[in-house]
Design a binder for this molecule. Structure first.
Ligand SMILES: Nc1nc2c(ncn2[C@@H]2O[C@H](COP(=O)(O)OP(=O)(O)OP(=O)(O)O)[C@@H](O)[C@H]2O)c(=O)[nH]1
Ligand SMILES: [Mg+2]
Length: 313
């Protein structure tokens, strides 16, 4: 995905050697990885909700800082997986860390060292790359408890640097970006200067609909559904016609997604359409279909579509 032409990204400084590096953001579900990727990129490339396990697959968000191109890898939250989809997401997250030059470990300042954070710290010894600690959501806690938490974490693991920031307010995000710009390897940029995401628009559009689904639906339903873009057609009048399918596992779930008189699906569609139209900068006609696909969570085809490896068992 490209930045709108007027976004005015910094150009590489003449004479200064270019740098380029992959920075993976890992952490427990809901610590704010996707929010931070969006803040670092300066545009919404990843979906964010208040619910855990929003991100399902790796997504690269790209930013320029001086002569450096920073490629951020947003990963699914790491937790104790049960279902096949959960296992695929967690394996993907660790895989994202293995492929990076620098690994940023996020901890939620408010939740502190809970069992999920502990479990991740326990596995960090296996990560060979330089690690940095990012304590996020500093807007939610008083400073003294932040310092105690940071001291506790840094005593456990060797981090190249520590940042305390708020991905939501943007406080401290610039310092992290500047540090990374100085520490990623020297080398040519991997992507064109105006590229802000490696995901095609049709995937982002499916993700946006999934975000609206997460926001509207409750309990297990968001986790039992997935969204695919089936058709993307630019029409002669400049508008875009998009068809998407929401897959659920049972007829009872399909009824809930539709809502009374189709109200729920209508609201989800209206919200998604508005946001997709903003991104593509054109009027959008969005058609949503809800299909029951029993056991889509065990269907390799759905995993391919989501960009996930299909775990064998
Ligand atoms: N107060 C506050 N809330 C934040 C901050 N960063 C993220 N959040 C909120 O935390 C929630 C989770 O954010 P996400 O970015 O989706 O978290 P994530 O780590 O990507 O979650 P998964 O994809 O589920 O692993 C959202 O409601 C965000 O608005 C922050 O700095 N301060
Ligand atoms: Mg996320």
């Amino acid at each position: 995905m490209r930045a709108p032409a007027k976004a005015g990204q910094d150009k590489a400084l003449a004479g200064e050697p270019t740098r380029c590096g992959f920075v993976a953001l890992i952490g427990a579900p809901n610590v704010g990885k996707s929010t931070l990727v969006n803040a670092l990129v300066g545009a919404k490339v990843a979906i964010v909700t208040h619910k855990v396990q929003t991100t399902r697959a790796l997504l690269r968000g790209i930013a320029i800082a001086g002569a450096a191109q920073l490629v951020f890898i947003d990963t699914p939250g790491i937790f104790a997986p049960r279902r096949r989809l959960d296992r695929a997401m967690v394996a993907t997250a660790w895989g994202g860390a293995r492929d990076a030059d620098i690994v940023a470990v996020l901890i939620d300042a408010k939740r502190g060292l809970d069992p999920e954070a502990e479990a991740i710290l326990g596995k960090l010894a296996e990560v060979r790359q330089p690690k940095i600690l990012v304590i996020n959501k500093v807007d939610l806690v008083p400073r003294p408890s932040l310092l105690t938490l940071t001291a506790g974490v840094t005593a456990r693991e060797n981090f190249a640097a520590t940042f305390m920031l708020s991905a939501l307010t943007g406080d401290g995000v610039g310092d992290l970006k500047a540090w990374l710009a100085d520490h990623v390897p020297r080398g040519p940029w991997h992507y064109p200067a105006d590229e802000i995401s490696d995901a095609p628009l049709r995937s982002l559009a499916a993700e946006i609909t999934r975000e609206k689904l997460y926001l509207r639906l409750h309990e297990e339903l968001p986790y039992r559904s997935t969204v695919a873009t089936d058709q993307w057609k630019e029409l002669k009048d400049g508008s875009v016609r998009i068809e998407q399918t929401i897959y659920v596992e049972r007829e009872s779930q399909r009824k809930i997604v539709l809502g009374k008189g189709g109200q729920t699906i209508k609201a989800i569609g209206a919200e998604a359409r508005r946001e997709i139209a903003q991104i593509v900068e054109a009027p959008v006609h969005l058609f949503l279909f809800v299909k029951v696909r029993e056991g889509w969570g065990d269907d390799p085809e759905r995993y391919r579509e989501m960009g996930l490896e299909f775990p064998d068992d």
